[in-house]
Write a protein that binds this ligand. Structure first.
Ligand SMILES: *Cc1c(COP(=O)(O)O)cnc(C)c1O
Length: 424
């Protein structure tokens, strides 16, 4: 099946007893055992079946299968938020004494998780000076558990050279984790370029309507955990938190996602609500259509702003002036999603006047909604960052971030025009 078909059909066949065509919402905590023996067999992993929703749920399972198929992975685990997906993806393979190596241009929440929350757990985040494979390579040592990047970064819109980074990481026996939230599998499939693990905030384009938090981890099934046994003891030694299983040996291809489910998620419970899974599945059905319109509108907005006398600079990978233009061509066929940032002439004061004058664009901190959105990162998502960290993250105090929606383009441009006029 092609993506346009997968978004609608993957992971679900009309359920046996009811023939429900829509994916049913299994709003249940537990699943009944036939007998003591059946229960024991389930707990011993000798038969397949559901036990408790913190571990597994049939609605969430459809979502997992659909996203795994779209990304070209062997399995996926749906969790309560994108942040939980990133947290669990790292904790599945890293512990006290390990480090992760990351590109510097990240979603603000991810930066904070890495730089501060992980530091307290003894997992050191090492941020490269820029996103080039050689800059990341300098930071890798024998304690490195993963390399991390965003395929298209939020909010700056930088585009990762996934192929180059994956090749470099694999040379050192280290897996690559890619946050594919901004691109979605419609625009970029990181696994095709060598990524080992893909994470998403489903809250954004995947759900697409700004109504449900959700996250997912997708396993490519390709990283050789057993070949790198010294680096990954958690995958290669008996797991005391789960029946002494040796994931890399006993589970096979889906070892990573099995450990993510049965250790971090089972023990700490950032499970996705089945109702949210239903809403996100509903959103995914139109993902291909929406991304097409999002990209088309964003390209027109970027060109409009670039030609506008009051605009100092526009940052969008679809513009030939962007330093990411070539990477955008290679990885997204020139359609680098609908997130763009720009600096207005007149600095922070003009920025604030512009921001306050918008009528159609919603002032908020979210991306990937059908509605057009505007944010001022320096006062919100990136408020935690010092001036120096802001510069490394590619954000100035006056930078405005737009996430172009799927409304009629003329209405979008009219709103931007009147707000630029009011900002004078
Ligand atoms: C929003 C976002 C996240 C965090 O996702 P939540 O669902 O809000 O927890 C992670 N990465 C990127 C790129 C995001 O845009």
């Amino acid at each position: 099946m092609r993506d346009e078909t997968k978004v609608i059909h993957s992971g679900y066949e009309s359920e046996n007893s009811t023939k429900s065509v829509a994916v049913p919402i299994y709003q249940t905590v537990a699943y009944e055992f036939d007998s003591a023996q059946h229960a024991a067999d389930l707990f011993n992993l000798e038969v397949e079946g559901n036990i408790y929703t913190r571990l597994m749920n049939p609605t969430n399972d459809v979502l997992g299968k659909r996203v795994a198929e779209l990304e070209g992975g062997v399995g996926a685990l749906a969790v309560s938020a994108g942040s939980a997906a990133i947290n669990y993806a790292v904790l599945t393979i890293a512990e006290h004494g390990n480090n992760i190596v990351s590109t510097p241009q990240l979603y603000g929440g991810t930066y904070t998780l890495f730089a501060h929350a992980f530091a307290r757990l003894g997992i050191e985040a090492r941020f490269a000076e820029d996103g080039r494979p050689e800059s990341l390579e300098k930071l890798i040592d024998e304690k490195t558990s993963a390399v991390f990047c965003e395929s298209i970064s939020n909010p700056v819109g930088s585009i990762a050279d996934i192929e180059g980074i994956a090749e470099m990481a694999h040379k050192h026996g280290v897996p690559l984790i890619v946050d594919n939230t901004v691109a979605t599998p419609i625009l970029i499939k990181p696994i095709d370029y060598g990524a080992d693990i893909v994470v998403h905030s489903l809250t954004k384009y995947m759900g697409g309507h700004g109504n449900s938090l959700g996250g997912i981890i997708v396993d490519s099934g390709r990283f050789p955990w057993a070949k790198n046994a010294k680096r990954f003891p958690m995958m290669n030694e008996p797991e005391p938190a789960y029946h002494g299983v040796v994931y890399a040996k006993d589970i096979g291809d889906t070892a990573f996602i099995a450990r993510a489910r049965t250790v971090p998620m089972r023990n700490t419970g950032s499970t996705l609500s089945p109702f949210n899974a239903f809403l996100i599945l509903q959103g995914i059905e139109t993902l291909a259509l929406r991304m097409e319109r999002h990209c088309k509108n964003a390209f027109k907005v970027a060109n409009y702003l670039e030609a506008h006398p009051q605009v100092e600079s526009v940052n969008y990978g679809g513009l030939s002036t962007s330093p990411y233009y070539e990477l955008a061509k290679k990885y997204t066929k020139g359609k680098p999603s609908a997130l763009l940032s720009f600096d207005i002439k007149g600095g922070i004061d003009a920025g604030v006047r512009f921001f306050d004058s918008l009528k159609l664009f919603k002032r908020l901190v979210n991306i990937g909604d059908a509605k057009s959105l505007v944010a001022h990162p320096a006062s919100t998502t990136h408020r935690q960052l010092s001036d120096e960290e802001l510069i490394t993250a590619g954000i100035s105090k006056g930078t405005l971030r737009l996430c172009v929606g799927i409304e009629h383009i003329d209405d979008i441009l009219e709103d931007l025009g009147q707000a630029l006029e009011a900002a004078k």
